[in-house]
Design a binder for this molecule. Structure first.
Ligand code: COA
Ligand code: MG
Length: 289
């Protein structure tokens, strides 16, 4: 699965931002036709994204297109405009049911067959950002074409009538619901946008907190946010070294017939080994080990 520590949006009609995005070394580039694009620019966004997919070299960055929500009336034109140009994935916002994902998956499968692309090669990422989306996530997250769930904090706060605060305590339940559903289905969980994009300290704190909760990445909206976010979702040298020591000592202790043992005065057993393995697999996904 593609590493998605930082997923950068830009309005799909903004050619300048799209061309800038491919120079940033960002994990995922999400060209938007939904809320980042004005009502009177939807057609232009479709055409511009189609052009970008045809003409630009995205390098190692993943190329994604976000369509309008299923039921908005725009979704069919959106997906049909970009799909023939083979994006790596489609992002569906405001998903509330399994059927909405299935609608897009069928259209994608038709395109894969028509153009001779590998089946299931074009992935779906969903935005879950309403009360209904969170309640139905258990069923939705089992869709086989899904790679990731993106949690939309601002939309979710509006959906439940919460007031956004700096530490985002009002979003904690939903963020954890997303992480749990993702962990249960082997999906990536992608955290909220820090909309105060000039405050990199706030971004760092929020990204590190999100990584600690179990998110694998975060949405970003400005080039300045990319590096800080990637760092927060890449395990530190220290964390990697500690995880390695746990893996090594665990094996030795198993051979000695001990399930639990002591390392630096702390108890280590199976769940700590699993956690250490997660750290190493994240470091590997980030190209660090
Ligand atoms: N992707 C790529 N490039 C971007 C970018 C983005 N999301 N946001 C800004 N840039 C570029 C600008 O074009 C500018 O490029 P230049 O130096 O070559 O001229 C540079 O980065 C600096 O931009 P800056 O002037 O600081 O920002 P701005 O005032 O032009 O734009 C925002 C600020 C918030 C309006 C803009 O970042 C943006 O539109 N972000 C995406 C919003 C979005 O897609 N929302 C929907 C999903 S949540
Ligand atoms: Mg949203």
């Amino acid at each position: 699965m593609h590493s998605r520590r930082a997923l950068l949006y830009m309005p799909g009609d903004n050619w300048k931002m799209i061309t800038k995005s491919i120079t940033l070394g960002v994990d995922s580039i999400c060209m938007d036709m939904e809320d980042g694009t004005a009502f009177n620019k939807k057609a232009e966004a479709r055409a511009t994204i189609a052009r970008a997919l045809q003409e630009l070299d995205f390098g190692a960055s993943e190329k994604l297109a976000r369509i309008n929500s299923v039921g908005s009336g725009w979704e069919k034109d959106d997906i049909e405009a970009v799909l023939p140009h083979q994006p790596d994935g489609i992002v569906i916002p405001k998903v509330e049911s399994f059927e909405q994902v299935e609608w897009a998956s069928r259209i994608i499968e038709d395109a894969e067959l028509k153009y001779g692309w590998a089946l299931n090669s074009i992935r779906i990422l969903i935005g879950v950002e309403t009360a209904k989306g969170i309640l139905n996530l258990g069923k939705i997250a089992a869709h086989p074409r899904l790679d990731a769930v993106i949690f939309g904090g601002e939309d979710f706060a509006a959906s439940i009538g919460a007031t956004r605060t700096r530490d985002a305590i009002e979003l904690l339940y939903a963020r954890q619901a997303v992480i749990v559903a993702c962990a249960a289905n082997d999906l990536q969980a992608i955290d909220i946008v820090t909309i105060d994009y000039k405050d990199l300290e706030a971004l760092k704190a929020e990204a590190e907190f999100g990584a600690g909760l179990g998110f694998s990445g975060k949405q970003v909206i400005h080039p300045n946010q990319v590096r800080v976010t990637q760092e927060a979702f890449t395990p530190s040298e220290e964390a990697v070294a500690h995880a390695r020591r746990i893996v090594e000592t665990f094996e030795a202790s198993q051979k000695e017939g001990k399930g639990a043992y002591s390392l630096d005065g702390k108890m280590i057993d199976m769940p700590l080994l699993k956690n250490a393995q997660k750290v190493l697999s994240r470091a590997k996904a980030a190209g660090k080990v």
